[in-house]
Design a protein around this ligand. Structure first.
Ligand code: ZN
Length: 315
C-alpha cells in the first residue's frame, strides 16, 4: 500500500462540548454538546473507520490486527496512538491520568495516558490548568480535602499555536473557549479530581476518583521544558514539538509545495487548516481541513501541494 488511508472520525457528546467541530471542520456532529472528535482511533470507546479504498469500512483496530505490514510490523499489541480534536465550550473537569504500569494493574490492562495539546484556537486571555503547587503528598491531600482549588491548581495563559506536553501524573484541564488537537496514548482512563460541582442534564454530579488521583499524581509538579526545533525549507516549515518514548509530534506548515519520504513505521496526519493535494503512487488525493489519514509503511515518496497546516505524529 503506497497511498494514504483516510479515516472517518467518531464523535463524543460531553457536558462541556459545543458545536465548533461542525462550524470549523464541517463534521456532522451528534448534538450541540459535542466535545470530542476521535479522529484517528483504534480504541473500543470510539473507533475510526476507513473511508474509501481497498480497506473501506474496516476499523483501524481491524487494520492493525490483520495488516501489520501497513504499520511497519510495529510490536505493540494495540494501536498505540489516539488523535482527537476537543471543543471545550466550557471548562473540562480537572483530572490526571495513570502511567502504563498503574493502568495495567488497576484498569484491566489499559495503557497509561501521556498526552499533548496543540492549541488550534482559543478566546483572548484563555487559560488552561497544568500542574499543582503541593510540595508533598500530605499537602496535596490536605488542599484537596479543604477544596483549596485556587491555591492548588496552576493556571497557564494560552494562545493559538501553543503546544503543551502533559505526561501521565500531571494534573490538568482544558478551560472554556479552547479548540485543541490532542495526540495521546490510546487510552481512556481518567481520574477526575474536581468538576466545579457541575450537574449533568439528569441533575447528577459526575464521579470523582480522588484516591486514585492522589496515587498517580507526580509530586511536586515537574515543569516540562520542551526543546522545539524548526526546519525552514523553501516552501514549508517543519516544527518538531516533542519527541519521546510514546510519540513524536510535528507541525507541517506548507506554503505551496513539500516533498517528503515516509521513513517511519507509519505516521498519522491531521489537516488543521487549508486545502490542497497529496500526491502518492501517481494518484492525486484532494485534502482539506478536517481530514485525517495514515501514511503507511511502504508509502515512500509523496508530495503535498497547497496552503496547508498539518499535525503529524508517529510512535
Ligand atoms: Zn487528559
Amino acid at each position: 500500500m503506497k497511498e494514504p488511508i483516510f479515516l472517518r472520525p467518531s464523535f463524543q457528546e460531553r457536558i462541556w462540548g459545543g458545536n465548533r467541530l461542525r462550524a470549523k471542520y464541517g463534521y456532522q456532529i451528534p448534538s450541540e454538546n459535542t466535545g470530542e472528535c476521535w479522529a484517528i482511533s483504534a480504541h473500543q470507546n470510539g473507533e475510526s473507520v476507513v473511508r474509501f479504498g481497498p480497506f473501506e469500512g474496516m476499523t483501524l483496530a481491524e487494520l492493525w490486527a490483520k495488516h501489520k505490514r501497513l504499520f511497519g510490523y510495529h510490536s505493540s499489541e494495540k494501536f498505540p496512538l489516539l488523535t482527537k480534536i476537543l471543543d471545550a465550550n466550557d471548562d473540562l473537569s480537572v483530572q490526571v491520568h495513570p502511567d502504563d504500569a498503574y493502568a495495567k494493574t488497576y484498569e484491566n490492562g489499559e495503557l497509561g495516558k501521556t498526552e499533548c495539546w496543540y492549541i488550534i484556537d482559543c478566546e483572548k486571555d484563555a487559560e488552561l490548568i497544568l500542574g499543582h503547587t503541593a510540595k508533598t503528598k500530605k499537602e496535596l491531600i490536605e488542599m484537596m480535602k479543604e477544596r483549596r482549588w485556587d491555591r492548588l491548581l496552576q493556571r497557564v495563559k494560552i494562545k493559538p499555536g501553543d503546544f503543551f506536553y502533559v505526561p501521565s501524573g500531571t494534573i490538568h484541564a482544558l478551560c472554556k473557549g479552547t479548540l485543541v488537537l490532542e495526540t495521546q496514548q490510546s487510552s481512556d482512563t481518567t481520574y477526575r479530581v474536581y468538576d466545579y460541582n457541575r450537574r449533568d442534564k439528569d441533575g447528577k454530579l459526575r464521579d470523582l476518583h480522588i484516591d486514585k488521583a492522589i496515587d498517580v499524581t507526580t509530586i511536586s509538579h515537574q515543569k516540562e521544558e520542551l526543546k522545539q526545533s524548526t526546519i525552514q525549507l523553501k516552501n514549508a516549515t517543519i516544527t518538531t514539538f516533542v519527541k519521546n518514548h510514546y510519540f513524536t509530534v510535528y507541525k507541517w506548515s506548507i506554503h505551496n509545495h513539500l516533498e517528503m519520504e515516509q521513513n517511519h513505521g507509519f505516521q498519522v496526519a491531521s489537516v488543521l487548516n487549508g486545502e490542497g493535494t497529496l500526491v502518492a503512487n501517481n494518484h492525486v488525493f484532494t485534502i482539506r481541513k478536517g481530514d485525517h489519514f495514515i501514511l503507511p509503511y511502504e508509502m515512500g515518496q509523496f508530495e503535498l501541494n497547497g496552503e496547508l497546516e498539518l499535525i503529524v505524529a508517529h510512535p
